[in-house]
Design a protein around this ligand. Structure first.
Ligand SMILES: Cc1cc2nc3c(=O)[nH]c(=O)nc-3n(C[C@H](O)[C@H](O)[C@H](O)COP(=O)(O)OP(=O)(O)OC[C@H]3O[C@@H](n4cnc5c(N)ncnc54)[C@H](O)[C@@H]3O)c2cc1C
Length: 411
């Protein structure tokens, strides 16, 4: 009997984790890992942090050491682009015309950086940041120092790039569409903590800004122009305005797509034997009884692990609490929880917000639905336990650093 074949389309963290977890769980069949890029799978968080700042080697970004794929009998096929599939025939069609038969197909095609469409967005030295090559180029440009850097977008990636750019001694201006940076992710109150961090480090902000053009030429940008008529001189422009899920393979093949490919809690699509993982998905989370798209590193690992479990016939359910982290200057933070439930929720602080050493908790009623520790370490597990328990908490005790968070979990 021929061995079963799992084809994984997309060789990022989610695809690589699926392959790794299949082997960990004793899958003895064939594994093909197809990647559109020339590189072996790598992780992206360092691309706006320690690799971009020059504190880490490029090689540290790769998911597995060289040789891992061969040693684990995973056939990694770089520069192989999946086009569509036929679920009934169990066939995947590659962009070049080749077809591959599968027993299970895992779509792990990730997301792409959203581009600006304003005039001038295609000039030289206007960067987006998604691939390791994007980070190579940006790092080389920023490392020169003494240049005027305009960052368009005041989300996580925009702010991390701003911090890296300041680290190389560049002048940095951040232009964001919201009134306060990061307000979509963590609310205006906490976003302002990050804005102050950046202002304290010499970054200038244009909030509620709408960029309408980038003046310049092939050699680079000169001025970023806003709808209000502001003209911000710039030698380098970095666009960090979000990412769009790469759903084309799913869409061409008839999968349901709503803000990502819809998958159940076992990462299964509506087509039998076809699963999807990572940034491209909008998975169902049983804990909150709804779908939640979550473009984060931990979600790629969790989804890849759940999909591998489902394929080998283990109990498979996405039960992880969404988690991500950020590093900017001397500030490190971790966030755990359900962002949609945290929107407009009450925030309770423990610690010193002005000193940027605190834990913020988002409460719906008396229950913690999200938590963020800022320059406070070794509490994330307890924060997650608190969220998972759903236990009602006393606000005064939650805010009191003298009370062990573990005691709140048990009531
Ligand atoms: C600069 C940056 C910083 C980040 N920082 C953080 C952070 O601090 N914390 C955090 O939690 N998350 C962070 N993230 C998000 C995190 O990196 C993503 O959630 C994660 O990469 C998702 O992994 P993935 O495998 O689903 O997708 P991807 O990493 O996007 O990988 C998908 C791969 O599939 C390939 N592909 C696409 N289409 C096809 C096709 N048709 N056929 C074959 N291959 C295809 C793509 O080329 C890509 O290589 C960051 C992201 C970026 C860009």
């Amino acid at each position: 009997m021929p061995k079963p074949t799992v084809v994984i389309a997309g060789a990022g963290l989610a695809g690589a984790t699926t392959a790794e977890q299949l082997r960990e769980r004793g899958f003895g069949g064939r594994i093909l890992l197809l990647g559109a890029e020339a590189n072996a799978p790598y992780i992206r968080p360092p691309l706006s942090k320690e690799y971009l700042t020059g504190q880490a080697e490029r090689s540290a970004a790769f998911v597995h050491p060289e040789g891992w794929y061969r040693d684990n009998d995973v056939e990694f096929l770089p520069e192989s682009v999946a086009g569509s599939f036929d679920g009934a025939a169990h066939e995947l069609f590659l962009a070049g015309g080749a077809r591959i038969t599968f027993d299970n197909l895992v779509l792990a095609t990730g997301a792409s950086a959203r581009k600006l469409t304003v005039p001038g967005a295609g000039h030289g030295a206007v960067f987006t940041l998604r691939t390791i090559e994007d980070s190579d180029w940006l790092r080389a440009a920023l490392a020169v120092g003494g240049r005027r850097v305009a960052v368009i977008g005041s989300g996580w990636i925009g702010l991390e790039v701003a911090a890296a750019a300041r680290g190389y001694g560049n002048d940095v201006t951040v232009l964001g569409s919201s009134a306060v940076p990061l307000s979509k992710a963590i609310g205006a109150e906490l976003g302002s903590v990050f804005e102050k961090l950046h202002r304290d480090n010499g970054v200038e902000f244009f909030n509620r800004a709408s960029v309408v053009a980038i003046d310049g030429d092939d050699d680079g940008p000169r001025v970023v122009v806003t709808r209000d008529g502001d003209r911000i001189p710039a030698d380098i422009v970095v666009v960090g305005v979000g990412a769009t899920p790469n759903t084309a393979v799913g869409e061409r093949s008839g999968l349901s797509v709503e803000n990502g490919i819809l998958v159940d809690a076992a990462m299964r699509t509506a087509v039998e034997d076809v699963l999807a993982v990572g940034d491209v998905t909008n998975p169902y989370l049983p804990a909150i009884e709804r779908h939640l798209r979550n473009e984060h590193w931990a979600n790629a690992i969790a989804g890849g692990t759940v999909a591998a479990r489902a394929i080998v016939g283990e109990h498979a359910s996405y039960d992880e609490i969404p988690y991500f982290y950020s590093d900017q200057y001397d500030l490190g933070m971790e966030y755990s929880g359900y962002a949609p439930l945290a929107a407009d929720a009450e925030v309770v602080y423990r610690g010193d917000v002005d000193a940027r050493e605190f834990v913020a908790f988002w409460l719906r009623g008396d229950r913690v639905v999200a938590g963020m520790n800022v320059n406070v370490w070794d509490v994330n597990d307890q924060v997650q336990r608190l969220i998972r328990s759903g236990a009602p908490v006393d606000r005064a005790r939650l805010a009191d650093p003298g009370v062990d968070l573990g005691d709140l979990v048990t009531g």
